[in-house]
Design a protein around this ligand. Structure first.
Ligand code: HEM
Length: 124
């Protein structure tokens, strides 16, 4: 009997473990993006800025793979791509030795965040 129960329950248990991964929302990558953004802004040398910007880029790639509300998906992806373009511009400025310009692009990321978080808060 016990064996029978476990045979029935095991797939359910594994299913429950796999579910959060499938339904994975944007919270986890967003937390990392937020953390790395602060670190990039705080950084006082180009190498540290570059490291955190690259981490943000990678986390946007993660975020883009996650489930998003279908009604907002197109808008969200558009926003994430815009942010990544600014991050690339920031990296390019750093490579060219222009930290001030790199910071201007980081500031644009903050406005994009505000703009697109408005869509995130909208119902439906
Ligand atoms: C432009 C595209 C973006 C979109 C579409 C977007 C979307 C979202 C969504 C839907 C959430 C809610 C996640 C949840 O709780 O399930 C969220 C949270 C968050 N986002 Fe974004 N976001 C974007 C850009 C950014 C940027 C650029 C930053 C940082 C610079 C950022 C930082 C955060 C933070 C800190 C949270 C709160 C995470 C938490 O603690 O729950 N986001 N975002």
């Amino acid at each position: 009997m016990l064996k029978r129960v476990s045979t029935l329950l095991l797939p359910v248990m594994f299913g429950a473990l796999a579910l959060p991964a499938l339904a994975g929302d944007l919270e986890q990558p967003m937390k990392k993006i937020g953390f790395n953004y602060k670190q990039a802004v705080k950084a006082d040398d180009a190498a540290a800025m570059e490291k955190h910007i690259n981490e943000m880029k990678a986390q946007f790639d993660v975020a883009k793979q996650r489930n998003m509300p279908a009604a907002k998906k197109e808008k969200f992806l558009e926003g994430m791509n815009e942010v990544q373009t600014e991050l690339d511009a920031s990296l390019a400025a750093l490579k060219a030795g222009d930290e001030a310009k790199a910071r201007e692009h980081l500031a644009k990321v903050d406005s994009l965040k505000k703009e697109y978080h408005k869509y995130a808060k909208q119902k439906g």
